[in-house]
Each structure stands twice: as structure tokens, then as C-alpha cells.
Design a protein around this ligand. Sequence first.
Ligand code: ZN
Length: 329
Amino acid sequence: MEALSRITNEELNQKIQFFVREERRITVEVLRLLREIERRLVYSELGYPSLFAYCTGGLGYSEAAASRRIEAMRAMREVVEIEKKIESGELSLSSVSQARVAIRAHERETKVKVSIEQKKSVMLKLSGLSKRAAEKVLAREVPVTLSARPVPQKQLATGDTRLTLDLTEEEMAVIEDLRRLQRKTQSTKDLMMNLARKEVAKKKRELGEASLVRESKQKVKVIAPLARKVLTPLAEGKASSGKNTRLFSAPVKRFAWRKAHGQCEFVSALGYRCEARNRLEFDHRKPVSHGGESSLQNIRILCREHNIFQAVQRLGAPVMARYLPGLGI
Ligand SMILES: [Zn+2]
């Protein structure tokens, strides 16, 4: 490449115009590739629990850059016109992703699905607009009343504290997952308080603030059922919950959880182990339909994505698409 210091200002301008056009063309190409990678669950095969994890961990994008690309790719899938608009520079990735985020918030708030036609109309209105102008249009077109609506405030008892948390979708998913895994109907507040109390008790024990009597009692409580229910069937080499059941018994699940250290056990062909620690599910290594038992030897922990990926591998994409139309197959 010729030395940039020697070319004229006009040439400099022409050059940058050319490369910016190329940059946009390549961006759209990246979005197309991402769409195909998502459709074929390639990220899952490579050991990533989500397309987002693949974009950050496998492709090196920042979290924000990964989100913008994924949102834009999905917008492109829903509204075909978006592709040309991004390529021509009329629509930026951030406008498109902002629009999708606003539309989702609106859907959550109103519990009404926004049609593809409406989405198209909103997104195309953002053509050629700056970030700020796009925000204004979105506020007008997609009124998200979540923050605007005055929330009736309950009177607090003296000495009480009101705590308000703004959680992202991903953070809220972790809480929902925890609630599901605990299998106890409890409010978010109760869930958080129980966790906090447990953590306080644990820290106190670590710091020697709890009495030794209490600690030894707790140990007995945990070890005794494990020894009785898990270790005995293991020694006898039997399934702990009967041969013909699809369900794993609680001790088998506890054993599997500890063995996997609460992390998805999927390993890609290149030896990369999935790092997912939420949305985890218990899976039969050998499916029940193929004679697999609900035993210690046949249990493993997979994240939701890898459970789906394994099912697609076993049953084939057309079969799974019938059950999971959102899979994009
Ligand atoms: Zn996984």
C-alpha cells in the first residue's frame, strides 16, 4: 500500500469512502453468516451455549457489538428490506437493534405481539436518521410505557426499605431459572432473601461465627441421604430410580450436578467445553428410547441449547423443527 502521507486530500477522501462502503458490505456479509450459523446451530456444535456466547467468546466481539449484530441479523430475517438499507448505510446496526429492543419491551408491556408489518414500518421509518432522531421516532412509534407509567406506590411500614432493580433480559432469565430449579413457588423477594440468608450463614460458618454444633448437624443432614440413596445403588451398579423410568431421582441429579460442577458438560469436537452455568437440564447420555437408563452412569448436565442440539443430532432437524418452530431450521 502506498504511503498515506504522500497522497492528496481528495484521494484520501475517495479511499475512505471506498473502504466505508466495503465495511458496510462486509458487515452485511457477517450478518448473513451469523444467520446461517444460528440456523444450523453451528455455535452449539462448537461448544457455545448461545449465539451471543459464540460472538463474544469465539469471534471476539464486545458484548454490545455482539448484541447489535445479533439483533440486526434477526431484524434482517424478519424484514428482508433491512439488508439493503444496512448495506447502503441508510440504517445503522444500532438503530435496528434499538428498534428491536423497544418493540420487545412494548410486547412485554402490552402482552400483544407486534406484527411483522408493524415492525417493518417502524424500522423503515428510522432510515437515514441519526441515533438521537431514531430514539425520538421510536419513542413516538413504540410507546414503551414501562418507565413512563406512574407505578402506584404502596405505603412502606416504618423502618422498611424499598429496593428497585433494573435487570436485563439475561439477568432476569437467571432468576427465572433459579426459581424453576428450586421448584418452590416463591416470590422473587423470598427467593433473594433465602439466598442471602444462606450466604450469610455460610460466611458466618467460614468466619467461625456460627456454633460448631449447628455446623456438624448440617453436615450429617447432607451426607446421610447421599450415602444411603446414591452410594448404595452406585456400589450395586443399578439405576437408582428403577429401569423403566425417564426421570432421574433427586440423589442421582445431585451426584451429576456435583460431578459437573454445575456446568454444561457438552464438549465440542475440538475439546472446547461449554461454559454455561444456567438454563441447565439433566439429559440421558443414551436416550430412554434407545434403552438408556436413568442411572448415574447415564446422566449428564447440558444447557438448554446443547440439549436441543443433541436432540437435533439424534432426531434430525425436520423432526425437531416440528416441536421447536423457533429453532429456525
Ligand atoms: Zn452447553
